[in-house]
Design a protein around this ligand. Sequence first.
Ligand SMILES: Cc1ncc(C[n+]2csc(CCOP(=O)(O)OP(=O)(O)O)c2C)c(N)n1
Ligand SMILES: [Mg+2]
Length: 280
Amino acid sequence: MGSIYLTNKKNVWCPGCGNFAILNALIKALERLNLKPESVVLVSGIGCHGRINQYVNVNSIHVIHGRVLPVATGIKISNNRLTVIGHAGDGDAYAIGLGHLPHAARRNVDLTYIIHNNMIFGLTTGQVTPTTPKGMRTRSTPYGNIENPLNPLLLALVSGATFVARGFAGDIKHLIYLFEEGIKHKGFAFIDVLQPCVTFYNTYSYFRERVYRLEETDYDYTSFKKAIAKATEWGERIPIGIFYKIRRETFEEQLFQLKDKPLVQQEIRINLEKVYKILS
Ligand SMILES: Cc1ncc(C[n+]2csc(CCOP(=O)(O)OP(=O)(O)O)c2C)c(N)n1
Ligand SMILES: [Mg+2]
């Protein structure tokens, strides 16, 4: 696939990994939105998913485990003209980095946060995560997982996210649509992607048999109550699509310091000599 948004780095994901669908959908969404590569910043966490920053030809930073959101928030505040997209794994986003999610959501920072949710620690070879189903045997739960999994969509909703969606790596067309809508959304766009891990938890057929697109029903994504109810639906049928979308003032829109121009274009008005004096 030739695209200005793709680097020529050799891809090392396992053949068939759900990450390929996420990468391809992102490239297609960037193409459709016609965003200049230099105007986009991709922030990725630690894990198999984290390598996505090497494959997408935009500005990018591969941060420490779980810290995608604080770094992405800092970038957006420093230069609010940039399009900032965060990629995290389920371990990254829902275990070590979970504390950042409610705050980014309630602040409504204008970011797109894409979770590669394979329900497993992929890179470290198959340990339990907060989204691993109960009862599942993993490398760290040889007798079966005794914990109840977290519902990330509910958490994003109650934290105040203004765009909450779920995608499936087995439905690229739909994923392109979700990424496009998420990136266009002004505010915090949370997109959890069901991403099969062909090596440690291959869920392609499980999800393929169950998922259905909300867009093909008469579902209304502007109702918070309906979104909460929809987010609890998980079983024989699993909804994918936009669960909730509303417009609310973003964090940056309320910062008077950004009214005229981004911080990076402003003169530094502090006396550095004084600062150095204090530091020393
Ligand atoms: C602070 C810290 N703790 C633990 C690790 C070890 N570690 C590397 S990747 C990873 C989990 C990866 O799982 P996930 O975020 O779901 O990404 P995936 O590999 O599944 O894409 C862990 C625990 C680390 N790199 N840094
Ligand atoms: Mg994972």
